[in-house]
Design a protein around this ligand. Structure first.
Ligand SMILES: NC(=O)c1ccc[n+]([C@@H]2O[C@H](COP(=O)([O-])OP(=O)(O)OC[C@H]3O[C@@H](n4cnc5c(N)ncnc54)[C@H](O)[C@@H]3O)[C@@H](O)[C@H]2O)c1
Ligand SMILES: O=C(O)C[C@H](O)C(=O)O
Ligand SMILES: [Mg+2]
Length: 476
């Protein structure tokens, strides 16, 4: 297990079910024992009481699994307490998966049955056969997105395969529904072959109004997306590239306002030149960043070198104008902005100290960032991560629900550059100059304005650029 993955088990919440003999032990002694072993008791539920026996569920936050085993051992030593069960709240939330199918209308009698199913359904099938566009009005297609992964670059966990990728894809499906009322379905493919992935996605496309590619490793992800965009008539969007780039750009516009720097005068270092790093770099170049340096495992990407990865060859030619060479630490000196889309713990406090005044640090690797915000909160002007448990969450969740809502509503054939830029501007517009501060440069995922604003701007951009096949009523 890598160092990064080990940190994964931080910040757990466990539930201890205890059978307590109240004649033999005081509850306060149990609480102290838990605290002594590093547990933070946050809730108590009394499940049952009979005479001197009390069954209680104690919800305890622990910093990592080590504390869990210490707490469990300590409880077992206590006289008058029996440990009935220990459960992890996160695992409980995943029991049986996180999403399900719901019927829009119940099937209560023969009449209903004959309409939703044989024989009447056949008339609907034939109507679609006659005019395939009716798939949008008569099937789930108009509101359904496939979240497709091959499990090769799941968060920063790497190639963990399609089964292990499912919890993330189910999570993305939840976010689609929660934030934009899009029905999304996780599809994890048991193949890592580019052609087979393309063929499979094309074969399942009839049911879907859009394809959200997720956690597919670079450089394969580029060809898969490019080919599918060309060969399918529904929008195909690689979230780790474009969703991330859109939110990053929105966050950077806002952070630069805070520190009073302009986009064309800053030096930016991007660490991790994969799917997210390349897309973030492209959006920054388009926005006018002049000094942009990409760093991967072997240091800065520089023109004139031979790179097997064709995207790196392109990257080296189009960035790093001063041909700066060296490690992350070396090229970061004097930089205004650090963007991390690589792996946990790569950035050190000393590195941030070597940056220009008012450094902006976007440490976006998941689940563990390149540096923990608490390590640099006193020296950085703005710190953001991809996580939900710190302020300034720069995560593609802010983008993909609204962008697909817009694309589906106007039956777009594509999600193009103008639509992505419109989404970034929509996110950036949510925070006013008065509201903006060090801990609030990007709206929260729960800000209800975001998805709606993105949707409207995306629809407008789709209409403007001629990719909308339907004009929503308010734009007619
Ligand atoms: N916050 C967000 O919204 C968001 C979105 C997408 C990706 N990410 C995160 O960014 C990371 C990369 O995701 P991706 O989809 O681009 O994956 P990817 O596999 O396409 O790219 C990762 C890149 O990071 C490089 N890398 C790995 N370890 C490195 C090291 N020690 N030093 C320098 N470079 C290193 C790899 O060589 C690769 O080029 C993951 O941690 C992921 O969770 C965050
Ligand atoms: O899944 C996330 O939280 C963001 C992003 O898609 C990632 O792969 O890290
Ligand atoms: Mg992802």
């Amino acid at each position: 297990m890598s160092e990064g993955n080990k940190q994964l088990i931080t910040g757990k919440s466990i539930i201890l079910r205890l059978e307590i003999d109240t004649n033999r032990i005081r509850f306060s002694d149990i609480v102290s024992a838990i605290a002594d072993e590093g547990g933070d008791l946050v809730a108590i539920d009394v499940i049952q009481t009979k005479q001197e026996l009390s069954i209680r569920d104690l919800t305890v936050n622990v910093a990592d699994t080590l504390f869990t085993s210490k707490i469990v051992d300590k409880i077992k030593e206590l006289d008058g307490v029996a440990l009935v069960n220990v459960s992890d709240r996160t695992f409980l939330l995943h029991l049986g998966g996180k999403i399900e199918t719901k019927l829009k209308s119940p099937i209560q009698n023969r009449d209903d049955l004959s309409r939703v199913y044989t024989p009447d359904v056949a008339r609907v099938c034939l109507a679609i056969k006659e005019d395939p566009r009716k798939a949008y009005s008569l099937t789930i297609k108009r509101n359904t997105v496939a979240v497709v992964s091959d499990g090769t670059a799941v968060l920063g966990l790497g190639n963990i395969g399609p089964y292990a990728a499912m919890p993330v894809m189910e999570g993305k499906a939840m976010l689609f529904k929660q934030f934009a009322d899009v029905d999304a379905f996780p599809v994890c493919l048991d193949t890592q072959d580019t052609e087979e992935i393309i063929r499979t996605i094309k074969a399942i496309a009839p049911a879907f109004g859009g394809i959200n590619l997720e956690d597919i490793a670079s450089p394969r992800c580029f060809e898969i997306e490019e080919r599918l965009k060309r060969e399918l008539d529904i929008p195909v969007f690689h979230d780790d590239q474009h969703g991330t780039a859109v939110v990053l750009y929105a966050g950077l516009i806002s952070a630069l306002k805070l520190v009073g720097k302009s986009i064309d005068s800053i030096k930016v270092v991007v660490c991790g030149i994969g799917a997210a790093g390349i897309a973030c770099s492209k959006i920054l170049l388009a926005a006018g960043v002049k000094e942009l340096i990409g760093v991967d495992r072997d240091g800065a990407l520089v023109s004139g070198r031979n790179y097997d990865n064709p995207m790196w060859a392109w990257y080296a030619e189009n960035t790093n104008p001063n041909k700066t060479t060296g490690s992350l630490q070396e090229v970061l000196a004097g930089a205004d902005v650090f963007i991390g889309v690589s792996a946990a713990g790569l950035l050190k406090r000393e590195d941030v100290l070597s940056m220009a005044a008012d450094p902006i640090v976007f440490a976006m690797a998941n689940p563990n960032p390149e540096i923990r915000p608490e390590e640099i909160e006193d020296i950085a002007a703005v710190v953001a991560t991809g996580r939900s448990d710190y302020p300034n969450q720069i995560n593609n969740v802010l983008c993909f629900p609204g962008i697909f809502r817009g694309a589906l509503d106007c039956r777009a054939t594509d999600i193009n550059e103008e639509m992505k830029l419109a989404a970034a501007e929509a996110i950036a517009s949510v925070i006013t100059d008065e509201e903006r501060n060090k801990l609030y440069v990007i709206p929260s995922a729960f800000n209800q304005k975001v998805a709606k604003l993105i949707r409207d701007r995306v629809v407008e951009a789709a209409i403007r650029t001629g990719v909308a096949r339907r004009i929503p009523r308010e734009y007619r």
